[in-house]
Write a protein that binds this ligand. Structure first.
Ligand code: NCD
Length: 313
């Protein structure tokens, strides 16, 4: 399988065996977490720093929990947005963290490419926890694990990713992963929120929810990311919901056993109706959060092992 990976910066470029390895390992951690047993020796003596330049609830918490379940020392650093030049700040931060002998560095940043820049400057294994509109690899892995637990094989599955694709790193990572493992991926949304180049990633574009959802096995809704948006891309929240929000009428076009997914945080009544978000027969939104901890344990474990190998300790 070539060199073990040093960082997890993107899903783009990960081969199917690497994805399968992470999902299989994560599956074993799901069972471990449910059994109440722990593996506290796995990362004993290792330091994990959560470096978040953007807000987060579930991603940061689940990296923290994952690190602690494996016995790492976890430090959370929340860096409030500032007007200071981002490049300079980042490089200064990198130098500081390097001096602290951190082993695993989890980074979220508003600028696409920031985690890979850090990866060139620090000795730690760097994990991208979301960079701008670029990628969010662990989110795609936890989504894939959730889908696999319900649907088995990915080949032939139809996954509709709906809404604000333009601003979504979740969409980009999911597209790379799902196309790589053989699923059929559709993106569905208004032309203002679907970048023209997206079809080049191997997806089919739909500008109508009913057509886009027809026969889908999985309906993945995205948050309307107003904070990343130039003005005027969407009509009022009410109109957006009417055309692009997931409600029972639109969902009826998907397969009868289709899954409803959302990475969170949700804007209820904007991109998704509460009744569907909370529908136990279809919604796996809570399960996605549970899978997040297991996937992050698998990623931390895998990178810590390859770090140990490369250092020969
Ligand atoms: C996403 C993110 O931050 O990219 N949230 C998450 O990590 N679960 C999606 C979003 O903010 O809409």
């Amino acid at each position: 399988m070539g060199e073990p990976p040093r960082h997890l910066l993107t899903i783009e470029g990960l081969a199917p065996p690497a994805i399968a390895h992470l999902l299989d390992l994560a599956e074993s951690y799901v069972l471990l977490n449910r059994s109440g047993r722990t593996e506290r020796d796995m990362l004993r003596g290792r330091t994990l720093i959560n470096l978040f330049f953007e807000d987060s609830t579930r991603t940061r918490t689940s990296f923290e929990l994952a690190g602690k379940r494996l016995g790492a020392d976890v430090i959370n650093m929340s860096v409030a947005a500032s007007s200071v030049n981002k490049g300079e700040t980042l490089l200064d931060t990198a130098a500081t963290l390097n001096a602290m002998q951190c082993d695993l560095l989890v980074v979220r940043h508003a600028q696409s490419g920031a985690p890979s820049l850090l990866a060139q400057k620090v000795d730690a294994a760097v994990i991208n926890a979301g960079d701008g509109t670029h990628e969010h690899p662990t989110q795609a892995l936890l989504d894939a694990l959730t889908i696999r637990r319900h649907k088995g094989d990915f080949a032939g599955l139809v996954v509709a990713i709906c809404g604000d694709v333009a601003h979504s790193r979740v969409a980009r990572s999911n597209i790379h992963l799902l196309v790589t493992v053989g699923a059929t991926v559709r993106v569905v949304g208004p032309p203002t929120l679907i970048p023209a180049a997206i079809a080049g990633l191997g997806v089919t574009v739909f500008h109508d929810m009913k057509a886009g959802l027809a026969g889908a096995d999985v309906v993945m809704m995205l948050r309307l990311q107003k904070e990343r948006m130039a003005r005027g891309l969407v009509p009022s929240a009410r109109e957006y919901f009417r055309f692009w929000g997931l409600d029972a009428e639109k969902f009826a076009h998907a397969k009868p056993d289709a899954l409803v997914m959302h990475p969170g945080p949700m804007n209820r009544g904007v991109e998704i109706d509460s009744a569907l978000a909370d529908d136990p027969a279809h919604s796996v939104i809570r399960e996605q959060v549970e899978m997040g901890v297991a996937v992050r344990m698998a990623v931390l474990d895998t990178l810590a092992r390859s770090r140990a190998l490369s250092r020969n300790v």
